[in-house]
Design a protein around this ligand. Structure first.
Ligand code: S3P
Length: 170
């Protein structure tokens, strides 16, 4: 069986979950949200996991659940923004599907994440500064995706359309 998953990676606020849900609906395939799966397994919010167990515990869990997901096919998988930091995760995703990176400008990311407080990494006094610093740190990881789509100025529907157009074959 060919592993034809679509993995959506990219920074917080670039639209991975919204685009993922739409893609799955359009293609009539399964949608998996990795962060949501982590919350279900732990019966805790991401914020509480970070607070009570720390980031490295979260990263280990993220990797383990990604391994479970990658053993199945025909899914759209929305990943958390930090999944790409682990080279094993990138390998796993590339071996079981196409890695699509959604991007956006720091200002757009700031605007989209401003109202929500469920992202521990952006719960800081100067989120824009943190966004810029994290983006710079992570650029080398995000650039390993097979395809990158800038979502700053286009709708969820349009992003989904571009993802579908740029996929090899599904
Ligand atoms: C993280 C992104 C979050 C979540 C966690 C860590 C990151 O996911 O996994 O807060 O390191 O960028 P979203 O990108 O879905 O917000």
């Amino acid at each position: 069986m060919t592993m034809n998953n679509i993995y959506l990676v990219g920074f917080m606020g670039t639209g991975k979950s919204s685009v993922g849900r739409r893609l799955a609906r359009e293609r009539k395939i399964d949608f998996v949200d990795l962060d949501q799966l982590i919350e279900e397994r732990e019966k805790k919010t991401i914020s509480d996991i970070f607070k009570e167990k720390g980031e490295s515990y979260f990263r280990a869990l993220e990797r383990k659940l990604l391994q479970e997901i990658a053993s199945r096919a025909n899914q759209v998988v929305a990943c958390g923004g930090g999944v790409v930091i682990d080279p094993e995760n990138i390998k796993l995703m590339k071996n079981s599907g196409t890695v699509v990176c959604l991007s956006a400008t720091p200002e757009v990311i700031m605007e989209r994440t401003r109202k929500a407080n469920h992202r521990p990494l952006l719960n800081v006094p100067d989120p824009l500064e943190t966004i810029c610093a994290l983006l710079a740190d992570r650029q080398k990881f995000y650039s390993q995706a097979d395809i990158t789509i800038d979502t700053s100025e286009i709708s969820i529907k349009e992003v989904a359309g571009r993802v579908l157009n740029s996929l090899p074959t599904l």
